[in-house]
Design a protein around this ligand. Structure first.
Ligand code: MD3
Ligand code: FE
Length: 211
């Protein structure tokens, strides 16, 4: 086999859970490493920051964005903004990330935001809905990199029974249809479960259509 290009394993078939489509191991280890390198360039231009909650405490998750719109939080509350808190436009969505959206969701509109969440050990994201986008017919796509994270799935309103799903490095998750407006969060990061990020922790990318 030396001297020939290595072929990638076939893309996984999705598993459906509560309307979410889970593609375990969509990305090869090589593809994951290439994404991390592209994300380092994004974070060099648009540094990770800790958004403020409405309660006046910073979130434990650090964030930045790529694309026309990014997610910010300040005294005016949470919103999409065309600029990083430092005042600069967001870097473009790397082609390596855009290619995943195009491969999984060929019929969707173009993504306008790639939100990048970084979870150090102990960071969490409480149950919430994503409803600041204008068009809920458009799906959201998530890519997990680094340590395993436990994804918690709730309901269309607060409360009620929940289910959980471990998201691992290289997994892709698609939120469309009825799943688009379910409450969800990340309640645990499992340290030391991946060697992808030298410092450990978990990166999650969410591609969204904003307008
Ligand atoms: C379901 N992120 O950024 S990804 C978020 O792993 C967010 O960082 C989590 O929730 C994370 O808003 C979960 C899975 C996800 C992302 C967006 C969704 C699930 C979603 C939007 C609508 C419904
Ligand atoms: Fe969310």
């Amino acid at each position: 086999m030396h001297g020939t290009a290595e072929e990638r394993a076939p893309r996984p078939v999705p598993q459906e859970i509560r309307g979410f489509l889970h593609y375990p191991g969509w990305l090869s280890p090589q593809e994951q490493a290439a994404l991390v390198s592209d994300l380092r360039a994004v974070a060099a231009a648009a540094p990770l920051f800790s958004p403020m909650t409405p309660y006046g405490r910073p979130m434990s998750v650090r964030m930045t964005s790529a694309g026309r719109f990014g997610w910010v939080s300040d005294l005016r509350g949470y919103r999409y903004s065309e600029t990083h808190p430092q005042g600069t436009p967001w870097p473009a969505i790397p082609a390596s990330i855009r290619a995943i959206w195009d491969a999984v969701l060929p019929k969707a509109r173009a993504p306008e935001c790639c939100l990048i969440n970084y979870y150090a050990e102990g960071a969490k994201m409480g149950l919430h809905q994503d409803r600041d986008e204008a068009d809920f017919t458009q799906p959201v796509l998530s890519i997990s990199l680094g340590d395993d994270g436990r994804f918690r799935i709730g309901n269309e309103t607060r409360g009620g029974a929940t289910q959980s799903l471990w998201l691992r490095s290289g997994d892709v998750l698609v939120m469309g249809g009825a799943a688009r407006l379910l409450y969800h969060g990340i309640d645990r990061i499992a340290p030391g479960t991946s060697m992808l990020l030298p410092q450990g922790g978990r990166l999650n990318l969410t591609l969204r259509v904003v307008r």
